[in-house]
Design a protein around this ligand. Sequence first.
Ligand SMILES: N[C@@H](CCC(=O)N[C@@H](CS)C(=O)NCC(=O)O)C(=O)O
Length: 222
Amino acid sequence: MSGKVVLHYFDGRGKMESIRWLLAAAGVEFEEVIITKREQYVKLMNDGALMFQQVPLVEIDGMQIVQTKAIMNYIAGKYNLYGKDLKERALIDMYTEGTIDLMDLMMLYYFFSEDKQKRLSDIEQKAKERFLPVFEKGLANSDFLVGNQLSRADVHLLETTLMLQELFPTILSTFPKIQAFQERMKALPRISKFLQPGSARKPPSDEVYVKTVKEVLSHLFK
Ligand SMILES: N[C@@H](CCC(=O)N[C@@H](CS)C(=O)NCC(=O)O)C(=O)O
């Protein structure tokens, strides 16, 4: 195993995108092995790399880590994106889980062909009424969601709100603190670099991505 950070996943956002965001925010260079064929997935399993027969898989510091949260916790801990003490960490975890709940809804949206409009309305309503007000309040008196420094919660919030705006361009119009937060975050050099075309950031899911995932994980989509 080389000293490089290597990501094994599909050529799309899915469960790997927040990991890409965290690495970018931490200024960590990484390589990607893109899974396009079922044989690659089966080989990773046969090699013993997938503890629960699932990707994402990340090679880092001589380890092969699976489970998205375990991977993100490691990166956040290592690169000082996880607060100054356990209490800050608990709050960061709460905000983080909220962003994951919302991002999961959006991720699943692309995989279903039925009830698209209803799913979309549901995401919009939950975002406006349940999730965004929490983050707006969290940013009322501070530039950061937790404490006085950047944490993974901020990185996840930027990712989530940009993703939301792809589906609902005006959704932040009644959330001025989040809008200002976005501008501050986008101006950070590492984030700004990640937002440039040609970076490792992936576009929204499309038909090719969904088809590839369904082929590689054909046992799930019979
Ligand atoms: N709890 C795991 C879930 C990972 C997961 O469901 N990965 C999917 C691809 S996005 C997978 O590899 N599924 C194969 C399977 O469940 O058999 C995580 O968060 O990493």
